[in-house]
Design a binder for this molecule. Structure first.
Ligand SMILES: Nc1nc2c(ncn2[C@@H]2O[C@H](COP(=O)(O)OP(=O)(O)OP(=O)(O)O)[C@@H](O)[C@H]2O)c(=O)[nH]1
Ligand SMILES: [Mg+2]
Length: 155
């Protein structure tokens, strides 16, 4: 999981670990690691232009999917979010991609506009979009989709 600062990554992780009673196995300034059913969940809190691969320690030596969090209440950040997303997707193989549109209760942009602006139609890998608001959000369907994608690929 990556996203610009203040996109809401940490809040989302806390909600996920609370709701699904998953264990945060490590949390720090740079990364949070979470055990979510059969896959490990890694959040990079301060990713910039460096490749995710460069941040990986030997325990997490392969990335199976990418979750990108974007703050829909902050129009000024949308362009930078797209740039970050593109630079990261370029460095990863065609892994399943989940876009979480955060703070959708305060959105300044619609889901359709983000899909167009982020050029998701052009992606070659499977992708899925989920909007979340300030309440404990229903991330379950999106995470289940991700799990199914990873599982299918590994079968
Ligand atoms: N309205 C609203 N605010 C949110 C939501 N999620 C997060 N926030 C707020 O957005 C701000 C940034 O959230 P963080 O969870 O710290 O996001 P972050 O900076 O991406 O997390 P890290 O970079 O991992 O530390 C905080 O003030 C949160 O309270 C949401 O769904 N709705
Ligand atoms: Mg932060």
């Amino acid at each position: 999981m990556i996203g610009l600062p203040k996109s809401g990554k940490r809040t989302l992780l806390n909600q996920i670990s609370f709701k699904f009673k998953n264990t945060q196995i490590y949390t720090g300034d740079l990364i949070t690691a979470l055990k979510y059913s059969k896959f490990n969940f890694l959040c990079f809190h301060n990713i910039n232009n460096n490749s995710i691969q460069n941040h990986l320690n030997p325990v997490f030596n392969k990335i199976d999917a990418l979750i990108f969090v974007v703050d829909s209440s902050n129009l000024a950040d949308i362009k930078n979010a797209h740039i970050l997303l593109q630079s990261q997707l370029k460095q990863l193989n065609e892994i399943p991609f989940l876009l979480i549109i955060n703070k959708y209760n305060l959105a300044q942009i619609t889901i359709q506009e983000i899909v167009i602006q982020f050029e998701l139609i052009k992606l070659r890998q499977p992708w899925f979009v989920k909007t979340v608001g300030s309440e404990i959000s229903d991330t379950e369907t999106a995470l289940q989709w991700l799990y199914d994608q990873i599982y299918n690929i590994k079968k």
